[in-house]
Ligand binder design. Sequence first.
Ligand SMILES: Cc1ncc(COP(=O)(O)O)c(C=O)c1O
Length: 412
Amino acid sequence: MKPTSTLALHGGPPAVSASRPVHHRWGAAELARLTAMVDQPSLFYWNGPQCGALLAEFRKTYPLQWAMPCSSGSAALHIAVAALQLPPGSEIITSPVTDMGSVIGILYQQLVPVFADIDPHTYNLDPADVRRRITPKTKALMIVHLAGQASDMDGLMAVAREHNLLVIEDCAQSWGATYRGKAVGLFGDLACYSFNEFKHVSCGDGGIVGTNHPRYGPTLTKWGDKHYDRVTGNRNPEALSPNYRMSEPQGAVAAAQLVKLPAIIATHVRLGTLMLNRLRELAPPGVVRPAIDPRDTHSFWFCLLRLEAARFRCTREEFVAALKAEGAAAQAGYIPKPVYGYPLFQNHNFFGGGWPLRDAGLTTMDYRNVHCPVTEAMLADGVSLAISPAMTDEVATQTAEAVAKVARHFAV
Ligand SMILES: Cc1ncc(COP(=O)(O)O)c(C=O)c1O
C-alpha cells in the first residue's frame, strides 16, 4: 500500500481488491436436522428433540442448568427481567449503546431503564459511572457486552455486590467472548443470547435465556410461555407472561449452528485480530483502535474504531464514504444516537402515548435530562467495520489498509 495513493473516491485503485467468496451460513448440517425434524410427530418446542439438541450444544459452552430457547434475544431479555419480579418503578441500569431489545422487556415490566455511560475505548459500561447512577430504587444491572467484547466484569460485579444488585448479561453480540478465560453469561444471575440474522450464529430469529440461579431457573419457561407450567401440565397462570417459545424448525437450525460455534468464533477472532494488527503496524494518524485486554477474547461481532475529529479535514461521514469506495464494509458509528435519545424516550411514549408509571408517581425519570457524554462522543466519531466469515484474511488486512489510506489522505 502506497501511503500517498489516490482515493478510490477520486478514481484511484480501491484498497480492498481481494474478492469475497460466496459464503453459505447454512448448509448440510442444518438441512440434516430439518430433514430429521419433518418425521417428528410435533414441532412444538417443549421436549422437542431439536430444541433439546440446541440446549445440549449450548451447554457445552454455557453450562447453565436452566435454559429456555425462545423467539428472539429481546424475548430472552424480557423473560430474564420478568423472572426477577421487581416492583414497578424499580430501576435497571444498562448501557445506552445497545439494541432496543435490551430495554423493551424492562419497560414492559413497568421498570425504569437507567442509562450509565461507557468506557471510551471498550464501549462497554463504565463501572464508575454505573456507581454514580445508583439510587435506592436500583435493583439490577443489565450488562451489554458490545460488539463481541466482554465488559469489565470485575468492576461491574463489584458494584453489583456492593449494592446487592441482580445482574442480567446481554450477550446477544458476544457469542464466544470471554473475560479472564470465562465465557460471558457465566458471571451474572441470568444470561441472554440472540440467534437473529446478524449474529455470529443464526436461525433467522431466536434467542436463549439461561441461569444457574435456583430461584429464577425453574420459573424461566413460565415467563416465556404464558405462565403455563409445562412440567406439571398445570394451566393455572398466576402471573402475566407473553408467549416467547421457540419452535422446532428454529431449534433445528440453531442446534446445527451451535455445533459450528467454535469454528465461527475462531474465524471472527482471526479476522478481527488480523485487521487490528495491520492497523497497529500502519498506525494511521487519528485512528483509535478499541482497547482489548490480552487476557480476554474479543469475538469481533464487528470492529469499532474511533476517529479523532481534530486530526482530519473531513467529517466522519466523508471518511466513511471514502472507506466504502475503497471496498471496505464500513459504516458510520453503530446506532445513530444513544438509546435515551430516541423519540420514544424523549417523548416518554411507552404506553398509549404516555408513561403510566410516571403518571402514577412511581418514577420521576425524564429522559430529556439524561446525558452520557462518552457515549455521545463515541457515537459521533465511531466507525464500524464489519467482520464475518464471508471475508478472507486478505479482505481483513486490506480493510485495515483502506482505513490507513483514507486517514492519511484526510489527515490535517
Ligand atoms: C445487544 C443486543 N441486545 C439485544 C438484541 C435483541 O436481539 P433480537 O434481535 O434477537 O431480539 C440485540 C440484537 O440486535 C443486540 O444486539
